[in-house]
Design a binder for this molecule. Structure first.
Ligand code: HEM
Ligand code: HEM
Length: 191
């Protein structure tokens, strides 16, 4: 078995959760951005004769965004469990382990990129839980704010990895690794 059932289920659940986290990130920066929406609220309300301050508009726009952002935390907890489960699989999984030295340059680079990605996921989980529980952890608001800035910048790396990874597996599957994507579904080795 190239990939055990546990590994494949982990891969696809992880894909869903990360796409979910990226979706909340995207929405927060676009359609549900409080900056954009507070301006819309102020303009539209003033058109119907209601004047509100920028501060009040900000509060309203953030309230509109709140329900969506709860999903960031829900997916965030899910990611924390998936990262722990991936660590467990690292030691316990019986998926065929490839010998790193036997790989060509390209596959070595791919494998290294996965491990860098795992390090990034671990960082996103620890920093995300850190900012979520900053008060309980006794952090100052400023310190939590600086962790948030790093969390946010590293999020862009995740946003770049995902389309590259999907495009990469598509290209490999269409060229010299036919059936690669389906191995992540049925688990068997390709030819
Ligand atoms: C958010 C989405 C995704 C994430 C975060 C993700 C993450 C990963 C990671 C970390 C690995 C390495 C597993 C390991 O060897 O330790 C992997 C492998 C793989 N993924 Fe994804 N994946 C995503 C979506 C997809 C999609 C949509 C496809 C199919 C089109 C796909 C196909 C594959 C395949 C075929 C492999 C094995 C590639 C190989 O042997 O080098 N992934 N994925
Ligand atoms: C792939 C994983 C993740 C990505 C791409 C991601 C992305 C982001 C981004 C871009 C922000 C900044 C939003 C902004 O201020 O405009 C953010 C904030 C945040 N993230 Fe994540 N995140 C991830 C994982 C997590 C995890 C695992 C948690 C844990 C619960 C988490 C909790 C938070 C919290 C609490 C904030 C601060 C929200 C606020 O200031 O209102 N994140 N995340």
């Amino acid at each position: 078995m190239k990939y055990t059932i546990q590994f494949r289920i982990w891969h696809w659940l992880n894909a869903i959760v990360i796409l979910g986290l990226l979706a909340t990130f995207f929405l927060r920066k676009t359609f549900l951005s409080w900056r954009t929406n507070s301006e819309i609220l102020m303009t539209k309300l003033s058109e119907v004769g209601i004047e509100i301050t920028a501060e009040q508009a900000k509060m309203l726009a953030k309230a509109v965004r709140a329900g969506m952002w709860e999903w960031h935390i829900i997916f965030g907890y899910a990611l924390a469990f998936l990262v722990l489960y991936r660590i467990y699989l690292f030691f316990a999984d019986t998926s065929e382990k490839v010998n790193f030295d036997s790989l060509d340059m390209h596959h070595k680079a791919v494998k290294i990129s996965y491990y860098l990605f795992y390090a990034i996921l671990l960082f996103m989980t620890v920093s995300g839980l850190g900012i979520h529980f900053y008060q309980e952890l006794g952090m100052s608001k400023d310190f939590a704010g600086s962790i948030k800035d790093i969390h946010e910048n590293v999020a862009y790396v995740v946003a770049v990895f995902v389309p590259l990874h999907i495009a990469g597996t598509f290209v490999a599957d269409a060229t010299d690794e036919k059936g690669l994507v389906s191995t992540m579904i049925h688990g068997k080795k390709i030819d």
